[in-house]
Design a protein around this ligand. Structure first.
Ligand code: GCU
Length: 671
């Protein structure tokens, strides 16, 4: 048997004092330290039950000790690895003298240390391991659920959700049985996520009331998430004072309005003392906002920040603000410019507990976009970077598309050149957030392999410099424990390069969209070309792409600092994969790869569809090696992926053959 040492629960520290990377103003409620320590004890006891061993009292011999650094009687093994400051949520892991030690300053650190032991499995109890401190690079690691209480006739219950209904809401209310929410909390904690927003950023009438008379439902959900260190946030409607409070204004500078938010927020904290804060989509795609009152987004965000500050809460204020009623004939408006145009001038005006949440790209979660220049433009503001784990534009969880490599590229991007700060460094001040891909599907994510994206998000939010292939490897090990080597090798073969495969058969060279309007699934090259949404490719008989240069285009390249302002401006230097995002070029333009644009389009689309077919062949080798129902689910999705990839290939290739008149150099069938 392998006894597990006592957790040092007797000597728990008091309330966790700091919620931010740097100190935030105001007191902060207890993160639920007692509950967290109890969770770790229960996890350890359950693991012993499953794998053998027992939790023993101090004084008895043990193989693993999980201890708080403040515990009264720290065993010598733990004392030996003590560090002056491990820090919030961090832990030290070591193995020496045949004892594995997890030492943390707070119960959250113990929880994350425990899950690291789980991840390592037997290896945690093998060879000696020098003490190493693990600390989250980002303090806020958050998933935004675009879940509605009500089921929308077209969107379903979860906006851009591909995994069934909501895990929080059912039949018009919070679920009666929240066991699955508890299991979800556990799943998230194992990845490193510590915050969720439990309703859609588009806050409809029913969901707006979660802030007031339906707060009890939020509290019930918070109670399930708390034991795993996850704080609940609410998306709120900017017009709440009117919609819920009966006021005639939502003007952020109006005293009555400010008073209403202060009172309402105080009530939220009386009900949920460790409530995280608000998420706001304002003046965006029809949502109300401060523009209606001639006020700025800083005015709007600061009003909510002021209401939250006395309680230690934060507001995530989204920078996704653009004109969605554009005239496609008007070439002077560039949607890519919008967030920077609106927000960069406000830098330095936001309160310390107002976090501006910026989508990773300037458009909308496309398969390939340049990193949003807003992230470089607001050094005096806390910024959070927003990713999309739900695969709205990357195959809607019918296609295998492992996004770890994309996110890793984004997080490691250096605006100011080699050796300078990365996107992850900037986001450390605010956090990393993402739209969740989870629903009430038995596999959580519709496509079982889409779970890897959920896992990778949490891991990258904790440690942005982790290698995405290594993260995938961890996920495979945890999801298919004891599976034969064939499973591991095959999943790598299918998934490591799946993002690039998806890119190959969809919109070329960074131009984006070309999806069917509305639901955004499958190809429609001109689907958005004459719509008000600002998402155009401008293909004609001579060429394709959006001229965003300063010299002749919309000037968007000027929103970047050097060197990227120059690199993107230059036709010769602009990276191939983003060429059509920045430049309008003739079809015979020669890429850095040596291929012409139109030949590149043909080649990548043939290759992408072939790779999708190869993925399915690879999976078929696993018949009998993985659970039968899971095998069938993935197989059925791969059939659809192969079909859809061929449809993309044929529509895109045919479109560009017809526009350009340039034949494929290899004479392959184009219709
Ligand atoms: C996309 C998505 C919408 C969503 C919006 C947002 O446009 O299609 O469903 O509301 O992003 O991020 O707010």
């Amino acid at each position: 048997t392998d006894p597990v040492g006592d957790l040092g629960g007797e000597a728990l520290p008091g309330p966790v004092a700091d919620l931010g990377g740097e100190a935030l103003p105001g007191p902060v409620a207890d993160l639920g330290g007692e509950a967290l320590a109890a969770t770790v004890r229960a996890e350890a006891a359950e693991a012993c039950e499953r794998h053998g061993g027992a939790v023993v009292a101090p004084g008895e011999p043990f193989d693993l000790v999980l201890a708080l650094s403040s515990a009264d009687a720290l065993p010598p093994e733990a004392q030996a690895v003590r560090e002056p400051e491990i820090g919030a949520e961090g832990f030290v892991l070591a193995r020496h003298d045949d004892v594995t030690v997890v030492l943390a300053d707070d119960p959250a650190g113990l929880l994350y240390g425990w899950f690291e032991v789980v991840r390592l499995g037997e290896a945690a109890f093998g060879e000696a391991r020098p003490a190493r401190a693990h600390r989250p690079a980002l303090r806020r690691r958050m998933l935004d659920h675009w879940d509605n209480i009500d089921v929308h006739p077209v969107m379903g219950q979860v906006e851009r959700g591909y995994s069934g209904g909501s895990i929080f809401w059912r039949d018009g209310a919070a679920r009666g049985d929240l066991a699955r929410v508890r299991a979800y909390a556990r799943l998230l904690a194992a990845t490193g996520v510590n915050a969720v927003a439990i309703n859609n950023v588009n806050v409809h009438a029913t969901e707006a009331r979660l802030l007031t008379d339906r707060l009890g439902e939020v509290a019930a959900i918070a109670a399930e998430l708390r034991p795993y260190g996850i704080r609940v946030h609410l998306s709120v409607n900017f017009a709440s004072p009117i919609v819920l409070g009966g006021l005639d204004s939502a003007d952020p500078l109006d005293e009555g309005v400010r008073e209403w938010w202060a009172r309402t927020t105080a009530h939220v904290y009386e009900t949920i003392p460790d409530f995280g804060g608000y998420v706001v989509k304002a003046d965006s795609e029809g949502q109300p906002g401060p523009f209606a009152y001639g006020r700025s987004h800083a005015d709007g965000a600061n009003m909510l920040a002021d209401a939250l500050a006395p309680h230690g809460g934060v507001v995530f204020w989204r920078a996704f603000v653009y004109n969605h009623r554009q005239d496609w004939r008007d070439r002077s408006t560039d949607r890519a410019r919008a967030a920077h145009d609106h927000f960069a001038p406000l830098d330095g005006q936001f309160r310390d507990n107002a976090i501006v949440q910026v989508k990773y790209g300037p458009m909308d979660f496309q398969t390939r976009e340049p990193v949003s220049p807003v992230i470089a433009a607001m050094p005096g503001t806390r910024l959070a970077v927003e990713l999309q784990v739900t695969q709205e534009y990357t195959g809607q969880q019918r296609h295998v598309c492992y996004l770890g490599p994309m996110w890793s590229e984004v997080l490691g991007f250096r605006f100011w050149g080699p050796g300078e700060r990365t996107v992850a460094d900037v986001a450390a001040g605010g956090g990393l957030t993402a739209v969740s891909n989870v629903g009430d599907d038995p596999y959580w994510t519709g496509h079982p392999l889409a779970q890897a994206n959920l896992y990778a998000f949490g891991r990258l939010a904790w440690a942005p410099d982790l290698d995405p292939a290594a993260i995938l490897d961890e996920w495979i090990g945890l999801t298919f424990p004891g599976g034969p080597g064939l499973v591991r090798a095959t999943l790598h073969e299918m998934m490591d390069g799946s993002w690039e495969t998806y890119e190959r058969y969809t919109a070329p060279l960074g131009v984006g969209f070309m999806v069917r309007p509305g639901h955004h699934y499958g190809p429609d090259v001109d689907g958005y070309e004459y719509t008000p949404w600002g998402t155009y490719h401008f293909a004609d008989r001579d060429g394709v792409g959006v001229d965003r240069t300063r010299a002749t285009g919309t000037g968007y390249t000027g929103q970047y600092p050097a060197p990227w302002s120059e690199v993107y401006e230059s036709l010769a230097e602009c990276p191939d994969e983003l060429l059509l995002f920045f430049h309008h070029v003739p079809y015979e333009h020669v890429l850095q790869s040596g291929s012409t644009v139109v030949q590149h389009i043909y080649d990548t689309h043939f290759a992408g569809a072939e790779e999708a077919a190869a993925m399915r062949l690879a999976w078929e080798k696993l018949a009998g090696s993985v659970d039968e129902a899971l095998y069938a689910r993935v197989k059925e999705r791969l059939d659809e992926q192969v079909r859809c990839a061929e449809e993309w290939r044929d529509q895109v290739n045919t479109y560009f053959l017809r526009k350009s008149g340039v034949p494929d150099a290899h004479g392959r069938p184009i219709h």
